[in-house]
Design a binder for this molecule. Structure first.
Ligand code: SAH
Length: 226
């Protein structure tokens, strides 16, 4: 998957001249005239492209017709999680992308400490692209705007099965399409858990140890997808 490059705009077969950051990535990857690379935009397709010319500034490509290459998970999973700080947030986004999660919703709860603004969200979306280049996904995991927990609870667009990871629960998640929620390091408050249960969310446990947010989210994601 090393020859995959993300293009920010819709890809149209035919000649394509890349400049700026996009050409920069190709320069850094040392593409040469005659190489075949693969472009993706996130529309589900992959576009083989021949490198026609490489100058200091530009890279000229001849882009072939796109082919749909499906490397998505077989079930739609939405992860609603409190975003951990710094590197652990990056790690979480990368791994959820690799696992094939469809959407990540940063949730704002009483004890949430990270409320990502526009520049942070841009960074998170860059991590999705980098992970997708590497793992071969042609549809990008959606990173939503942060949303208050009370709003997420009753969102009618989420998958019908809704799971809330809660320390001490014995009930287990069952594989299949779902939305799951993981709280911040300080946990959900009792009121937040009660409101979720009242709204039809099922509390599930992940064993007797207290896991970090990213561990809990990745364990749940892989569990519901198998
Ligand atoms: N001090 C907090 C721990 C929070 S850990 C508490 O006791 O609740 C952060 C989040 O990870 C939790 O809100 C929960 O959603 C999830 N989590 C961590 N360990 C878990 C476990 N063993 N079972 C279920 N969920 C867990």
């Amino acid at each position: 998957m090393a020859d995959r490059f993300h293009i920010d705009f819709e890809i149209v077969p035919g000649p394509l001249v890349l400049r700026g950051p996009e050409a920069h990535h190709l320069h850094v990857s040392r593409v040469r005239v005659g190489d075949t690379i693969h472009l993706f935009h996130g529309d589900g397709r992959e576009y083989p492209a021949n490198v026609v010319e490489v100058t200091k500034r530009d890279v000229c490509l001849d882009v072939a017709a796109g082919e749909t290459v499906d490397r998505e998970a077989s079930v739609r999973v939405v992860a609603a999680c409190a975003l951990p700080k710094g590197d652990r947030g990056q790690f979480l986004i990368e791994k959820l992308t690799e696992l094939g999660v469809a959407e990540f919703v940063p949730i704002l709860t009483t004890r949430t400490v990270v409320n990502p603004g526009e520049s942070k969200l841009d960074k998170l979306r860059r991590y999705v692209i980098e992970a997708s280049k590497q793992c071969g996904r042609n549809i990008l995991m959606k990173v939503s705007e942060p949303r208050p927990w009370a709003e997420v609870l009753s969102d009618r667009h989420l998958p019908k099965v809704r799971l809330l990871a809660h320390v001490g629960e014995t009930g287990r998640a069952v594989p299949g399409e779902c939305a799951f929620a993981v709280g911040p390091e300080g946990g959900f408050t009792d009121a937040e858990v009660a409101a979720a249960q009242a709204a039809g969310w099922r509390t599930v446990g992940l064993g007797p140890r207290v896991l970090r947010v990213e561990t809990a989210a990745l364990v749940l994601a892989s569990h519901v997808m198998t």
